[in-house]
Ligand binder design. Structure first.
Ligand SMILES: [Zn+2]
Length: 113
């Protein structure tokens, strides 16, 4: 974190604005984002003679828990789609953090406006 801050502090205002513009361009489409956790669970149904009794459980079944916690419980989820949206959400958050760090540097220089 400290090295990241130092890294920005050596850049000129022009370089900071250029980097900020490039980061904003990388943000791209932010419609397909999700924040939360995807968890997979395996189950044993308990029926005698089922394959799960021999150690091959059912599933995994995937559940998505939104963050911040949304209405209702974790939902059965389409794991592939949810993973893709979570990945996009993490990328968008990383870019926003980068832009925020640049703006904090500009603020420290009294050049944010
Ligand atoms: Zn079973």
């Amino acid at each position: 974190m400290e090295s990241h801050k130092n890294n920005l502090s050596v850049l000129s205002r022009r370089e900071l604005l250029s980097r900020r513009r490039a980061a904003a361009a990388r943000l791209g489409d932010v419609e397909q984002v999700l924040s939360g956790a995807l968890t997979g669970q395996v189950r044993r149904c308990g029926k005698p003679g089922c394959r799960c009794a021999d150690g091959e459980p059912h599933g995994p079944y995937f559940y998505f828990s939104p963050r911040p916690a949304g209405r209702g419980r974790a939902r059965y989820a389409l794991a592939g789609v949810v993973r893709r949206y979570l990945r996009r959400g993490e990328q968008a958050e990383a870019v926003l953090a980068e832009i925020s760090a640049i703006n904090a540097e500009l603020l420290a220089r009294r050049e944010l406006g």
